[in-house]
Structures are given as structure tokens and as C-alpha cells.
Design a protein around this ligand. Structure first.
Ligand SMILES: *Cc1c(COP(=O)(O)O)cnc(C)c1O
Length: 374
């Protein structure tokens, strides 16, 4: 069975067209069952007994995150998502709070950096928003910040950033590189040698909502000072135990762990290659739809395609029309996603590995109809 067939046959039948994996992919039947099964087990034996029984599954989930990030599994912390992971990390940051990131940084990340008292400066990028590695190396060497933060793949634009090259630069300079892999995990190679990598379950890994992970290099973990419990209380907990402290939806972690296992079983490199191919097909199919411009280069190795209106179309209305009239899910992304880069709202199209050429042609036709009607 091909990867596409395997993906599709393992899921509930889709109502319409699902072109929205960058927002939330479709979970597999096995993941849905594992999540429900854990809730059932909690009712049968008690929530805390069920938690002990689920420990090996969660350990396997951590090991899978470790495999995808190149960081050790005993330094993987489950979170409620990517934003929570960044907040946990930055609120535990020792010493100076200065940070460099791209001008196209994700708006909610900028809010978390500001809320944690980080002074943010911009890394050099080209006109498309791609990091200029050589210029960044010079800038970082001249005046190194405490943290370099890179969103490996953005929410508002499907550019694969040169994460591995920046990781090399940061390692040479002894600066911690933190990678937002919310769109990167399950999509791009995120084992690049960063000090920390974090991501989310529901996007390309197709796990449940409300869960994510933070993986930290031991050298960095050792320096962190998690807020809770207050460090001066001297409670004998490791940094990872402190970071993971608190009530959680264990069923969601179980489902996420299973989704990670499915991804590893499918073959991360195979999935990456297929997503790159699907992205190319999408951009080819949409290249000539009147009133829109495809933002990404045709061959960008990602399955995120964004469309900028060239003739006054309103992406928000077009999205709503596509759902109401055709059962097609896409995303409307406004400037708040990347407040220092996005000048006009865009329509985002993000199919997964099961996308077929005829479906993308069908979408191009529907987009033309939506543009005329909305
Ligand atoms: C979705 C997204 C996030 C936030 O993920 P949550 O799990 O909702 O917190 C962070 N960064 C990027 C680039 C995203 O696309």
C-alpha cells in the first residue's frame, strides 16, 4: 500500500476536502481509539492507576520526540502545545533575557517573549523572509543575544528555514538555539543540533489537540530555573520533572504518543518527501487561479502553500465560502500571525500526504468559483 493509501485508509472518511493540516490534521482511527481507551481505563481502574499503566506508552512517545529532535528522551517534556512549551522554557530562562529571531516570527511567540521580559531583535532575512545565514553569523558574532529563536517553518508562509545551518552557527558561538517546530515536526528534519526544540501534536503529526512537547539539551536543562515549585524551596525534583509538573489530559498524551509511533513507522523521510511533492502539486495547481499569487517558490520542500490576493479578494470570506458551499477546509491567516512581515491576509492551503492531483484540481476550480462569489 502506498503512503497515501495507508494514511487515508487509516482514517475516518473525510467530509469534503481537508486542506488544513497546518492548522489541524485528521487523526487516525488508531489514535482516536487509543485516546478513548485510556479514558475508559481511567473509569475502570481509577485515573492514577491508569496513568501508571500508560507510562510505557508515554515513554515511547518521548523516545519518538527524541528521535525526531535529536535530543535525549529523558529530556522530553509533554506540554499542552507549542506556545505552552515556549512559555515554560522562557519563564525558566537563567540570566540575561535577550533574543534574536526573524522579522517573520509568529505573533503569539512574540507575545510570549515579551511577557517573559525578553528584549527581541531581528535576524537578517531576504525579501521572502528566509534567514540570511552568513549575515546572521556576522550579526550574532558581533553582539550575541542569550537566545536565538527560529521558527523552522512558519504558520503564515511555507518556507523551510535553514535550521541546520543556523544551528551550526549558534553552536560555534556558544549561543542557545531554540527551534519552534510546531509546523516542522513530522514535516521537516528537526534533528538539527539545537539547544531546544518544541512542537505540537495536532498539526503534521496528526495527534489530538491540546498536547505538545518540549525537548531540551541536557546542558541547557541543567541551567534552567523553572518557576514552580520555587527553586529556593529545594524540592528534590529534576528540571524535567518540574517542567512537567501539573494536571494534564493523559488520554491526549497517549494519543499523541501513538501518532508519533505511526509517524516513525511510516518513515519520516518518506513523509517529508511526499509532503514536498504534495506542496509542489498544490502550487502548480494554483499557479493560474485569477486574483491570487502563490507566495512560495514552486519547489519549496513543504506542503504549506499560501495565496495572496492580487485583485481585492478577501481570504476570510473565501475560506468561509469554501466551507459552506464545498466542504473544503483551508485557513485564513491575518497579519497578527506575523505582525512584522505579513502585509496582507493570505489563504493557506495545507494538504497532507494523501492529497491527490484531481483533488487539487478540484480545489483550484472551487477557489475560482469562491473568488467570483465571495
Ligand atoms: C500552531 C503554531 C504554534 C502554536 O502551537 P500550539 O500547539 O497551538 O500552541 C506555534 N508556532 C507555530 C509556527 C505554529 O504554527
Amino acid at each position: 500500500m502506498s503512503l497515501a493509501e495507508q494514511w487515508r485508509s487509516g482514517r475516518p472518511k473525510v467530509a469534503g476536502l481537508h486542506l488544513d493540516s497546518a492548522a489541524c490534521s485528521r487523526q487516525s482511527l488508531a489514535v482516536i481509539d487509543a485516546t478513548a481507551q485510556h479514558a475508559r481505563h481511567e473509569a475502570e481502574v481509577g485515573g492514577y492507576v491508569a496513568a501508571e499503566a500508560a507510562a510505557p506508552v508515554l515513554d515511547a512517545g518521548r523516545a519518538a520526540v527524541a528521535a525526531l529532535t535529536g535530543l535525549p528522551s529523558d529530556h522530553v517534556v509533554f506540554t499542552t502545545g507549542a506556545n505552552h512549551a515556549l512559555d515554560l522554557l522562557l519563564s525558566s530562562w537563567p540570566g540575561q533575557r535577550t533574543l534574536a529571531c526573524l522579522p517573520g516570527e509568529f505573533g503569539p511567540n512574540l507575545a510570549i517573549m515579551a511577557a517573559n521580559g525578553f528584549a527581541v531583535r531581528a535576524l537578517p532575512a531576504d525579501d521572502a523572509g528566509r534567514l540570511d545565514v552568513d549575515a546572521a553569523a556576522r550579526q550574532l558574532a558581533a553582539d550575541p543575544p542569550a537566545v536565538v529563536h527560529l521558527t523552522a517553518l512558519a504558520s503564515h508562509r511555507g518556507l523551510a528555514q535553514p535550521s541546520a545551518a543556523l544551528a551550526d552557527v549558534c553552536r560555534d558561538l556558544g549561543v542557545a538555539l531554540v527551534v519552534d517546530a510546531a509546523q516542522g515536526l513530522g514535516h521537516l528534519d528537526c534533528a538539527v543540533g539545537a539547544a531546544a526544540v518544541y512542537g505540537t501534536s495536532r498539526k503534521w503529526l496528526a495527534g489530538p489537540r491540546g498536547v505538545g512537547a518540549l525537548a531540551i539539551h541536557p546542558d541547557l536543562a541543567q541551567r534552567l530555573r523553572p518557576r514552580l515549585p520555587p527553586p529556593e524551596w529545594g524540592v528534590p525534583l529534576t528540571v524535567t520533572q518540574r517542567l512537567e509538573h501539573g494536571e494534564t489530559n493523559l488520554a491526549a498524551r497517549v494519543g499523541f504518543s501513538l501518532a508519533l509511533g505511526e509517524h516513525l513507522a511510516a518513515g519520516p523521510q518518506l513523509v517529508r518527501d511526499r509532503l514536498a511533492q504534495v506542496g509542489r502539486w498544490t502550487r502548480e495547481a494554483l499557479a493560474d487561479v485569477a486574483g491570487w499569487r502563490v507566495v512560495e517558490p514552486l519547489d519549496e520542500p513543504t506542503a504549506i502553500t499560501t495565496l495572496a490576493p492580487t485583485d481585492g479578494a478577501d481570504p476570510q470570506k473565501v475560506r468561509a465560502w469554501l466551507i459552506a458551499q464545498r466542504g473544503i477546509v483551508t485557513t485564513y491567516a491575518d497579519w497578527q500571525r506575523a505582525p512584522f512581515e505579513l502585509t496582507t491576509p493570505v489563504l493557506r492551503v495545507s494538504p497532507h500526504v494523501d492529497a491527490a492531483l484531481d483533488e487539487l484540481a478540484q480545489f483550484a476550480e472551487a477557489l475560482a468559483a469562491a473568488t467570483a462569489a465571495a
